[in-house]
Ligand binder design. Sequence first.
Ligand code: SF4
Ligand code: SF4
Ligand code: SF4
Length: 315
Amino acid sequence: MEEIAIEQKKNRQLYRELFLNASKTFKELMESYRSDFSCTECGVCCKIRYSKLSPDDIVRLANEENDTTAKEYLKLFVPYESPLAHEYVDLILSKHDEPVYFYYCKHADDRINCEKSSICKDFPDSITTILPKQCSFRHWQQLIMYKISAEIEPDISKKVQEILDYRHQFKCNRTGTCCKLACSEFTYEELKQKASNNDNFAQQFTSIFIPYTDIEQARKVYPEYVDLVLSTLQGDDSGETANFYHCKHLQGTNTCPVYEDRPQICRDFPDNPFSIIPNSCGYHQWKDEVLVAAYTFYSMTQIYGFYFVKIKAAL
Ligand code: SF4
Ligand code: SF4
Ligand code: SF4
């Protein structure tokens, strides 16, 4: 188990590193597009600022945690004492279930002579800020949405497909490991139930795989993998269980007796390079070669997906 556990740990660290890099790169990209837009001085963000932080929270951050943004905020912004009638306020409230607090700048009525602080110059400090309808930075938000859906997403999908296509350069070594040992969080009964509810994967899976009745039989096939799965679940309070299966067709040799009619899940295995793939598997080299790129693209998908949803919610 040691070797496979070390590889998994190394891969988790690699993923974390690549995710942070991808996140940094995406933020830099968004910032670079921001410079195409500038404030048209409509003044709404001076008259109305919203925050999930209450006035007491801001005082505590400024005084007890020495937070520079909170200190700047205290110098300029004052909480509204009574509810505000303004379409920007209605927009913000319509997008929040939790409490939100409104503030105004002491200099909001005399903006020509105000000395803009960093919290003024940097507004909006996030692409996901809800902005007034007249704010020019809404065009920045719309541009990022466009870039994600029309350029970034198709480009990454193409690259992911190239990784998957590259898998065809490698051949199955006929070790039979993936036919003799499949693991699922679902019991056989649950998979059967899913199959009867038209779950395509469950239908294919239950058409060939049957459960091991004895975990020792599964362990004989790939002990490192079985032990890793079991030990991971032991230290995990998700309530997930591991169920091990083998193909009912494979007998004696590692030659598939239904090769021409085998289901798609067999043809596609391994369908991603993140799975645990034994060293003896003919696709292990594919995994080694593409893992960094695959983690990078997966991270990017997670990151731009997150921002796309958040910006859409803000608009
Ligand atoms: S709401 Fe936008 S356009 Fe208006 S003053 Fe603030 S940053 Fe400028
Ligand atoms: S159907 Fe063939 S390829 Fe698929 S798991 Fe069974 S033996 Fe392996
Ligand atoms: S584990 Fe890899 S090499 Fe072995 S049978 Fe499956 S796909 Fe082929």
